[in-house]
Design a binder for this molecule. Sequence first.
Ligand SMILES: Cc1cc2nc3c(=O)[nH]c(=O)nc-3n(C[C@H](O)[C@H](O)[C@H](O)COP(=O)(O)O)c2cc1C
Length: 182
Amino acid sequence: MAKNIKLIIGSTRQGRVGKQIADWFVTTAKEAGFDLTVLDLQEIALPNFDAAVPPAYMPTTTEEGKSWQATISEADGFVFVTPEYNRSIPGSLKNALDYLVEEWKEKPATIVSYGYIDGGASATKHLQDIFDWLKILNVGEKIAVQLTQDTFDEQGVMKDADATLSEYKEAFIASLQAIEKA
Ligand SMILES: Cc1cc2nc3c(=O)[nH]c(=O)nc-3n(C[C@H](O)[C@H](O)[C@H](O)COP(=O)(O)O)c2cc1C
């Protein structure tokens, strides 16, 4: 049976480009036969994690936390779509990761980073450290989407998504196949 793979959109800011990038990868996955469920952290709007006891010692008690726990619990694997903010991942994604422990454990994942410096490679490096600690298994290929001043028009819309993103298609499909196999 196909795995329940969830794609997490890590950026939540107004005018973010992450949704456009994620949409292209979701469509590409669909064309290749993978039906990804999108978890948009902007929509999910998790409050800032503030539990008195770390989730490693006590399950989350808030309604939002319990709902997030159920969502991550039922997933078999993940695609993390993350921008690079100050050489790391955005706080919104870190916050979503911090809520849970067991629900991430031993699940296969892949990372799609993006950024202007080196395609968000530093964000991936930091995310990989978190994966190692939470025991999320990165089975994917390196996908670091290089943005340039020419990628978006004045309204912030990607001028030609295929031209910008097609070079990552093969690695992305291979990463999804690796998640399926894991
Ligand atoms: C707070 C902040 C910090 C940023 N730091 C970096 C950075 O370290 N490296 C980089 O390549 N781009 C950096 N950028 C540029 C982002 O890559 C670019 O704004 C991208 O569109 C962010 O993704 P989003 O639009 O989905 O939020 C930064 C942007 C913001 C808002």
